[in-house]
Design a protein around this ligand. Structure first.
Ligand code: GDP
Length: 468
């Protein structure tokens, strides 16, 4: 991606499909003149002078053929009070792919360049309207699958995370300033009382953030749960039962083309991606073996495994083989078909059957996918395991680390701060401490963008859609 800011870019900002309206967004110095060239306000014949931030009704007209392309509402927004801090134009037309493409073609012919994915937000970042963590939060808001995930993203967009990162970074920069003053006197030891308070403060902040990371990442990315069990134990039925019970399927998850059924749902605000190894049900032994192979693949990716067993039947070798594959991973043993036992969930005999391979402390739950009995208890178990009994953060104001990239950078920074602290205790000279602390400051700067390289920006913004 080239980082020019002085040309004018355009893209379709809404999803392409049939919809009430669709929006073309234009950003850059020519935005206004392009709008004036293509737009005819209703009931006006002479030249039109758009007024900033004012929505105007009219038509987009092809300047060559003079044909009307669509009836639209258009707005010119003068820099800097805009998304990109440049002049921005938005044209709201009817929401059909053909209409939008026709209008975009005119906009490009009038002098705009097609925007790269994420380029609008990149401009907002380069022009200082958002820092990098906030820019990434834009995408998280768009992609949020549950309300808890959305609130985490909103807090980050609002700058909650950036604020804490900046605080830690400022404390470290202060230490670096003290150290650079000492570097002219290399013989002297660093007086610890001079810099220890700031090091402590930075360490406290970073540790606090790191503690939120697992929960935050989960709220953003969802918990990957694999449903594993031999054919006919009721995996698909269980999946359907969970989906129906929560009724909170939010979106299809892009990029899940693996050979598994995947569904997303939310269990008490926690986004969950359920992978079912159903569909593995041919008769030949070869395919049976393949089933085990696919279960393995689902397991590799899983944060949690639901090992499903048939409560109406004695354990088979295959059950035990699967249990062994689950091994020490976080798992819940689900005895399904509770209804066949005519029981009420207190099937102590069945539930206590030892399962080779599965960690003995894995919780066991008896359910009936058919009647729905025990499903809530199962969900409660999933949630307890995930949250360790904590209540999901839904305050919206809290700075949660929800992005693995941020977590890794904080980890790096914290390690460097701790190395500097031990260096200080051992009486190392100032320039040793400076090396560690500079690394910490740079790692934190990669989160908010002060020290982000072009390669990193490329990786981040290329994940956006065009027009965002
Ligand atoms: P899968 O191969 O593990 O995905 O199993 P299915 O979900 O396709 O279920 C296999 C069979 O077991 C079907 O005939 C289901 O109707 C039946 N089944 C599933 N769950 C239950 C249950 O809780 N109770 C009873 N009685 N039958 C069930």
């Amino acid at each position: 991606m080239k980082y020019s800011l002085d040309d004018t870019i355009a893209g379709i900002a809404t999803a392409l499909g049939e919809a009430g309206i669709g929006i073309i967004r234009i950003s850059g110095p020519q935005a206004r003149s392009i709008l004036r060239r293509l737009f005819r306000p209703a009931g006006q014949s002479g030249p039109w002078e758009p007024e900033s931030h004012r929505l105007t009704y009219g038509h987009v007209v092809d300047p060559e053929s003079r044909a009307t392309v669509d009836e639209v509402m258009a707005v010119w927004m003068q820099a800097p009070r805009t998304y990109t801090r440049q002049d921005v134009v938005e044209i709201q037309s009817h929401g059909g792919a053909t209409v939008l493409r026709a209008m975009l073609t005119l906009v490009l012919a009038a002098g705009a360049r097609l925007a790269e994915p994420g380029e609008m937000t990149l401009r907002a970042f380069l022009n200082g309207r958002l820092d990098l963590a906030q820019a990434e939060a834009v995408l998280d808001v768009v992609r949020a699958r549950t309300e808890a995930g959305l609130q985490t993203a909103q807090a980050q967009l609002g700058g909650a995370l950036s604020h804490e990162i900046r605080q830690a970074r400022a404390a470290l920069l202060e230490v670096l300033a003290h150290l650079s003053a000492l570097i002219d006197f290399p013989e002297d030891e660093v007086p610890p009382q001079l810099i220890r308070p700031q090091l402590d403060e930075a360490e406290r902040l970073l540790q606090g953030l790191l503690r939120t990371a697992d929960r935050g990442i989960l709220l953003r990315e969802g918990l990957r749960v694999a449903i594993v069990g031999r054919p006919n134990v009721g995996k698909s039925s269980l999946l359907n039962r969970l989906l129906r019970h929560e009724r909170a399927i939010v979106t299809e998850i892009p990029g899940t083309t693996r050979d598994l059924v995947e569904e997303s749902l939310s269990i008490r605000g926690v986004p969950v991606v359920l992978a079912d190894t159903a569909g593995i049900r041919d008769t030949s032994d070869v395919v049976e073996a393949l089933g085990v192979a696919r279960s393995r693949a689902a397991l590799e990716q899983a944060d949690l495994v639901l090992l499903v067993l048939d409560a109406g039947q004695p354990l088979t070798d295959e059950d035990c083989a699967l249990a062994a594959i689950v091994g020490g991973r976080p798992a819940i043993v689900v005895w399904n078909k509770l209804d066949l036992l005519g029981g009420d969930g207190e099937q102590a005999d069945t539930l206590s059957v030892p399962l080779p391979g599965v960690v003995p402390e894995a919780p066991r739950v008896a359910v009936s996918a058919r009647t729905g009995a025990g499903i809530e208890a199962l969900e409660a178990r999933v949630w307890e395991l995930v949250m360790g009994g904590q209540v999901v953060a839904t305050t919206g104001r809290e700075a949660l680390v929800s992005n693995p990239r941020h977590k890794a950078a904080i980890r790096t920074a914290l390690n460097n701060v701790q190395a500097a602290r031990s260096g200080l205790d051992e009486g190392l000279p100032a320039d040793f401490l400076t090396i560690d602390l500079t690394a910490a400051v740079n790692a934190l700067g990669e989160i908010t963008g002060e020290t982000a390289t072009e390669d990193l920006l490329d990786v981040i913004f290329s994940r956006f859609c065009i027009g965002k």
